[in-house]
Design a protein around this ligand. Structure first.
Ligand code: FES
Length: 106
């Protein structure tokens, strides 16, 4: 596992919001839902669309392109046309910064 990497100041991510950022060439999104943080790869496994910008209901995020749905906590597919899960990453707040860990093998 790699070192923790800064994403954004924790104070910049309001409840219900997300931040999307490229880290090491990977498009990452971190959502704050009911006070908890969830980090995913911001890429739909159906056809590569960004998941941010689409609807979100609780931990269910819906791709704005064709409507596939995923669980932010587990990455599992909740609705087609995607059939492969999205990647999720460990996330924490340290020294007032949101940080994620991207596996070395990713
Ligand atoms: S690119 Fe996300 S459902 Fe098609």
């Amino acid at each position: 596992m790699s070192d923790w990497q800064d994403v954004a100041p924790a104070a910049d991510l309001a409840e219900g919001a997300y931040v999307s950022k490229e880290i090491d060439g990977i498009r990452i999104a971190v959502f704050r839902v009911d006070g908890a943080l969830y980090a995913i790869e911001d890429v739909c496994t159906h056809d590569g669309g960004r998941l941010t910008g689409g609807p979100r209901i609780g931990c269910r995020v819906i791709c704005p392109r064709h409507g596939a749905a995923f669980d932010l906590a587990t990455g599992a597919v909740l609705a087609p046309p995607a059939y492969s899960p999205i990647a999720t990453f460990p996330v924490q707040i340290a020294a007032d910064w949101i940080q994620i860990q991207i596996p070395d093998s990713f």
